[in-house]
Design a protein around this ligand. Structure first.
Ligand SMILES: C[S@@+](CC[C@H](N)C(=O)[O-])C[C@H]1O[C@@H](n2cnc3c(N)ncnc32)[C@H](O)[C@@H]1O
Length: 321
């Protein structure tokens, strides 16, 4: 991360920590968010549509909620999940979330999403009103984390603000990375917050290009909801280009996309479909998969672990091994 991005993400975390006591006003249309009976009723109808959509997803099994906040979704998720781990960077919001009172199968962890490693896997990864806060340059890394957190057959579910409903009220600018930054004032302090406009078709197309099966739709006006699952990848050719650290493989998929795997001190990174010349750099900062290092005894075992984790089908012959 560049120093600018580190500062932006720290400011965003600080903003939500400071806003914790009044955060729910937005959802409940209180105070500055009160737009009068007609608009509030339209909002409430969309909230109910979103909640019904989540209910229609059935049992969530072992679930992780990323950026769980004050718990606007935690209680519902807890009812649908067998186990729920709620992660958020802010101690302040997690204190409010806990105070709602949750059964013992709901647990909490204070952590920065961008520093999380997928050390456990879940049936469902859920995030509410988080995706719009992910800067463009961290988007691939975030989705690589989501993929790494999903067990084979698992799915990600998300709800968020619809593009048209995010462009009001705050001063906005576009930074050098193309991120839309809103200036949010709270008790005299001003915080820069990333607020990406999310249109269902754009989100779906981006996910499909990154190897996800995705279904993204909009409620009447205010929200989007999405469900996506990693698409399995068939690898038809693979060559080990270096079997001592860093371990590297290059290959191609059945649909003729280049594939690059690299492991060096920490999780393995896997990139599919990036242009060849940018792939080595992309793997460092822009992977599609982040795989915790499992087998280290030899390259073939490690590769088998990576394939299981990422749902890759490997060819029988791997050149260079
Ligand atoms: C818009 S709120 C969404 C909260 C909740 N999911 C909801 O739907 O109400 C964004 C949340 O992201 C959390 N957050 C911001 N940056 C984070 C980071 N880097 N890692 C983890 N959580 C973060 C904030 O503390 C805040 O609770």
């Amino acid at each position: 991360m560049t120093p600018e991005l580190v500062a932006l993400m720290a400011g965003q975390r600080a903003y939500y920590a400071a806003r914790a006591p009044t955060y729910d006003d937005w959802w409940q249309r209180n105070g500055i968010y009160d737009e009068g009976d007609g608009r509030n009723a339209a909002w409430t109808a969309d909230v109910e549509a979103l909640q019904a959509w989540l209910g229609s997803q059935g049992r969530l099994g072992r679930c992780i909620e990323l950026a769980g906040g004050t718990g606007l979704w935690t209680t519902r998720l807890g009812r649908q999940a067998d186990e729920l781990l709620v992660v958020d960077a802010s101690r302040e919001v997690l204190t409010l979330n806990r105070a709602r009172g949750h059964p013992p199968h709901v647990r909490f962890r204070q952590a920065d999403i961008f520093a999380l490693e997928p050390l456990q896997q879940f049936d469902t990864v859920f995030f509410g009103f988080w995706l719009n806060h992910v800067p463009n340059s961290l988007r691939a890394r975030f989705w690589a984390l989501v993929r790494g957190l999903l067990r084979p057959g698992g799915r990600a579910l998300f709800v968020d603000s619809a593009a048209a409903s995010t462009i009001w009220r705050f001063d906005e600018s576009i930074d050098r990375q193309g991120d839309r930054i809103q200036q949010r004032e709270l008790d005299g302090a001003v915080f820069g917050v990333v607020k990406q406009p999310l249109a269902p078709d754009d989100v779906r197309q981006w996910l499909c290009a990154e190897g996800w099966w995705a279904d993204v739709a909009q409620t009447n006006e205010f929200f989007i909801h999405g469900r996506c699952e990693p698409a399995a990848v068939e690898v038809v050719a693979l060559t080990c280009t270096c079997d001592i650290a860093p371990v590297q493989f290059e290959g191609r998929t059945r649909d003729d996309r280049p594939l690059y795997i690299r492991q060096h001190e920490g999780p393995a990174t896997v990139c599919i479909g990036r242009p060849r010349e940018t792939m080595a750099a992309a793997v460092q900062g822009d992977p599609q998969f982040l795989v915790p290092l499992l087998a280290q005894d030899d390259a073939r075992n490690m590769l088998d672990d990576i394939a299981r984790w990422c749902d890759l089908t490997l060819p029988d012959h791997i050149a260079g091994l």
